[in-house]
Design a protein around this ligand. Structure first.
Ligand SMILES: CC(C)(COP(=O)(O)OP(=O)(O)OC[C@H]1O[C@@H](n2cnc3c(N)ncnc32)[C@H](O)[C@@H]1OP(=O)(O)O)[C@@H](O)C(=O)NCCC(=O)NCCS
Length: 178
């Protein structure tokens, strides 16, 4: 269990944090398939007192991204960390000039709708995204497919993006340095 009393910090993932992230994903029943292909370069982690308490990944597939593996330690939920991790990956996608970010979820569609994602037909997913492990094999076909169009006028980031995240300090994570 992570130490309390300090604030979670977001930073680009390091290779030696892979097992801690995998443990969070496994505990949350999220798939590990394909994680290693873009870890650590595509991932941000949240730490408290050095312990990994959250993570999120942005996979690059052509000019599109796949947001996946968004997870927060159960003891850290409900204080904005999930939104901060997701927003960090969207910012990384924006910084890379990606056209859109896609995701699949069986459990948290409403969470992402609040972040600006919108339902998307699986047939509208670019071929490179559809061929990703996340889309091709890991998530069941019944999962909701969502898209955030980064080139739409409505995709502008909120005026004060850090405010909703309360105690969470968002570090500069410009994106995947691969
Ligand atoms: C989903 C998850 C990352 C949210 O993390 P978090 O740090 O608790 O999220 P935040 O504190 O930023 O946001 C909390 C808000 O999101 C909502 N929320 C949390 N999980 C949700 C879910 N599965 N579906 C819909 N809404 C959800 C909460 O109700 C809360 O709403 P409120 O502000 O109106 O009270 C976390 O619950 C988790 O790790 N779940 C297991 C893994 C998972 O399902 N990941 C997403 C699929 S890839």
């Amino acid at each position: 269990m992570a130490m309390r009393g300090s604030s979670p910090e977001l930073a680009p993932a390091r290779a030696d944090q892979r097992d801690a992230v995998a443990a969070l994903l496994t505990a949350a029943a999220l798939p590990l398939g394909g994680v290693d292909a873009q870890f650590p370069s595509g991932y941000v982690v949240a730490t408290r007192g050095g312990a990994v308490v959250g993570a999120a990944g942005l996979e690059l597939h052509g000019d599109a991204g796949v947001l996946r593996s968004v997870v927060v330690d159960p003891g850290e939920r409900g204080r904005g960390l999930g939104q901060a991790l997701s927003a960090d990956r969207v910012a990384a996608a924006r910084a890379r000039g990606l056209a859109a970010v896609y995701l699949l979820t069986t459990t948290a569609a409403d969470f992402y709708l609040r972040l600006g994602f919108a339902p998307c037909a699986r047939a509208e997913v670019p071929a490179a995204v559809a061929a990703s492990i996340e889309f091709a094999s890991v998530c069941p076909a019944s999962a909701a497919c969502l898209r955030l169009d980064l080139r739409a006028a409505s995709a502008e980031p909120p005026a004060d993006p850090l405010r909703p995240f309360g105690e969470v300090f968002v570090s500069q994570t410009g994106g995947s340095d691969d």
